[in-house]
Design a protein around this ligand. Sequence first.
Ligand SMILES: [Zn+2]
Ligand SMILES: [Zn+2]
Length: 181
Amino acid sequence: MQEGIKDTLVFDMKDLRHEDFKEYEVLVPPASLSLNYEEAEFIKPLSCTVQLFRQGDDNVYVTADIETEISVECRRCITPFAVDIATKLELLFSMSRESPEESEADERYYDGETVDISEDVRQMLVLEIPAWALCSETCEGLCPECGAELNSDGCSCERVDTSPAQASNPFSVLSKMLEDN
Ligand SMILES: [Zn+2]
Ligand SMILES: [Zn+2]
């Protein structure tokens, strides 16, 4: 049964008291989860589908699918671009600290009243921020001489191959000769 769209990842267990299963659509503004990072700007609300299953009297099994969009800077050409990111989590909330039964899900303790997955969602999303973002695999980046963006502008600098030219270095030939003797 759908309950309309929520804007928080905190769930009141009173709503689950007489049911075993509930699904929520949640739209969370990124600022409310303190998703403020220099390397990635969260530019859309988090779109979440959250399912709560009651197990026994007190245990609540929670699954959440989260999608959003971030803006990151290309590491080569420093142009910001948008990336879709998504994550998924499975948690088991129980009221006693002893684990109720073997479970694949990460276990959390709760007071029986409210289940809060905000911090878990925040941590999972941070892991999805790409560490080395490229606007394209073939991004040519910036000219090391004049800083022009080579993808669109190009420039007329002579770019020398900076890889060491062993063969043309007379000293490397000399040291090779010395080694051989
Ligand atoms: Zn780029
Ligand atoms: Zn240049």
